[in-house]
Design a protein around this ligand. Structure first.
Ligand code: COA
Length: 196
């Protein structure tokens, strides 16, 4: 399910091993967001495994990728330094507000050693722009209340958009991608989220 937790499983040191990107200090401001390709799938899994405490989010991404009703092929984005391996991933999948299609932002993940260097903002901003260009109208996210407003998200309740479970008002956020008033209703996530 969507997470608000920011905890991760290692000490935050930069990734090592094959394809390790350059140090964040040199990469700040130079992230290159783009849609994921088939070659990025292992890196996307590695990023989600490293960013979260459990394999839940990595498994969720793989389950969503297998569900054609949920997966929007051009709306899984990665970002990395120029000519480097991806260090950030963000995903939009199909959800519904009552019966109206919308997109749900989850998960968003940055390798621990590269967090707070702009990679998350770069990949999320580009992903939301791609959704806008694809004609998507509304995005929702369950997330850190101080983080997502920078992308234009505001509490979903203000639009009459209700979460599928009693999540905190300040953490369940929505964004009109096309500037029109979003639909009212209750959000239904893709089945892989396991949210009844
Ligand atoms: C949350 C996350 C995707 C943000 O990406 P990032 O690259 O670290 O963040 P950016 O560099 O783009 O933005 C930095 C800003 O985000 C804030 N921020 C980062 N993580 C935050 C968190 N967990 N809660 C609140 N704010 C956070 C920083 O304080 C900083 O704020 P400032 O710009 O006002 O100084 C990333 O930190 C991450 O992968 N965290 C672990 C997994 C997670 O919690 N994912 C989100 C839930 S799906």
């Amino acid at each position: 399910m969507p997470r608000m937790s920011s905890s991760h499983r290692n000490d935050g040191s930069p990734a090592t091993g094959s394809g390790a990107p350059p140090a964040p200090a040199t990469a700040r401001g130079a992230w290159h967001p783009r849609p994921e390709t088939a070659q990025d799938v292992p890196a996307v899994r590695r990023i989600n495994l490293a960013a979260f405490e459990t394999a839940g989010e990595a498994d969720l991404v793989d389950a969503l990728r297998r569900d054609p009703a949920a997966w929007l092929p051009q709306l899984s984005y990665v970002a990395g330094p120029p000519d480097g391996a991806p260090v950030a991933h963000a995903l939009l999948t199909r959800c519904h507000i009552d019966d109206v299609p919308a997109v749900a932002l989850a998960p968003c993940a940055v390798l621990p050693g590269y967090q707070k260097c702009g990679a998350g903002s770069a990949v999320i901003s580009a992903l939301l722009e791609a959704a806008r260009e694809a004609g998507e109208r509304t995005a929702v996210v369950l997330g850190h209340p101080p983080y997502y407003p920078r992308f234009g998200f505001t509490p979903a309740g203000r639009f009459g958009i209700l979460p599928p479970q009693p999540w905190p008002d300040e953490a369940f956020l929505a964004l009109s991608l096309d500037g029109s008033p979003p639909p009212h209703g209750t959000v239904r996530y893709a089945a892989a989220f396991g949210i009844a």
